[in-house]
Ligand binder design. Structure first.
Ligand SMILES: [Zn+2]
Length: 228
C-alpha cells in the first residue's frame, strides 16, 4: 500500500496535466476518442500502475494501467508499435507479464535490483522485454549511461509510433523507499530523452513517496517532455 494520501497528492495531479501540441498521448479511454486533444498525465497508483486518472477538470477513478493504455492506443488509434519505458525504481513486473510474448510492444524497465518485487534481474529478458537492473546507489550518471548504451538504441531499432513512460520518481535521492540517487535534473533529462524517442509520447505518474519533493520532480519531468 502506498504511503501517500490522495489529498496530499492532488497538487501533483494538477501540474501533471499537460498539453503537447502536435504530439498525441494516450492515457484514458476518453482521450482516445479525441487523439489530437490533450496528453493527460497522472495516474497515481494505490498499487503500481493504476487508479486515479486526471482528465481535464474532472477526476475519475479507474483501474487503468499502462498495459491498458498501450493496448488502447493500438486498438483505438491504430498504432502498431508501442514502446514502454519504465524508470520507476521498481521492476514493472505486471507490465512485463502482459507483454512478454507480444512483439508489438517493447517494454523496458530500469530499476533497482535486487529489490522489491525481486523480478527483472539480468537473466529476465525476452525478445521485446529489456530489463536493466541497476545497483543500489545508482544516480544520474548510471541512468543516463543506461539510456545511451541500451535504452535509446533498443527503442530506435524498434521504431515505435508511441512511447509511454512509466514515470515514477521513487529513484530520487530523497525518496524513502529505495536507495537510488537520481536528481531532479536527472529526471528532466531522462524525460527529455524519452520524448525524443518517438513522434508521440505519453506518461503515467507512478511511484514517488516524498511528498515535499514530488511536485518538483513531476514539474521537471514535464519540462523534459516538452510540455511547458
Ligand atoms: Zn515504484
Amino acid at each position: 500500500m502506498r504511503r501517500l494520501l490522495i489529498g496530499s497528492i492532488l497538487p501533483a495531479f494538477f501540474i501533471a496535466i499537460w498539453e503537447i501540441s502536435s504530439r498525441t498521448g494516450v492515457l484514458t479511454l476518453e482521450s482516445l476518442s479525441r487523439p489530437s486533444d490533450i496528453v493527460l498525465a497522472a495516474i497515481v497508483g494505490l498499487s503500481d500502475g493504476s487508479i486515479l486518472v486526471a482528465t481535464g477538470q474532472t477526476f475519475e477513478t479507474a483501474l487503468l494501467g499502462l498495459a491498458i493504455a498501450a493496448r488502447a492506443a493500438q486498438q483505438h488509434l491504430g498504432l502498431k508499435r508501442v514502446a514502454i519505458v519504465d524508470y520507476d525504481v521498481h521492476h514493472g513486473n505486471g507490465t512485463e507479464a502482459v507483454f512478454e510474448n507480444d512483439d508489438s510492444v517493447l517494454f523496458i524497465s530500469l530499476h533497482q535490483w535486487p529489490f522489491y518485487p525481486g523480478t527483472g534481474g539480468p537473466d529476465d529478458q525476452h525478445e521485446t522485454t529489456l530489463n536493466i537492473p541497476l545497483a543500489a546507489g545508482s544516480g544520474d550518471e548510471e541512468y543516463l549511461r543506461a539510456f545511451e548504451e541500451t535504452v535509446e538504441p533498443a527503442v530506435a531499432r524498434f521504431e515505435p509510433e508511441l512511447v509511454i513512460v512509466s514515470a515514477g520518481f521513487d529513484a530520487h535521492y530523497d525518496d524513502p523507499l529505495a536507495e537510488m540517487r537520481v536528481s531532479e535534473n536527472g529526471f528532466r533529462e531522462l524525460s527529455r530523452r524519452c520524448a525524443a524517442m518517438a513522434p508521440r509520447v505519453a506518461a503515467v505518474l507512478e511511484g514517488g513517496y516524498e511528498i515535499e519533493t514530488l511536485p518538483g520532480l513531476v514539474q521537471a519531468a514535464l519540462d523534459g517532455f516538452g510540455a511547458y
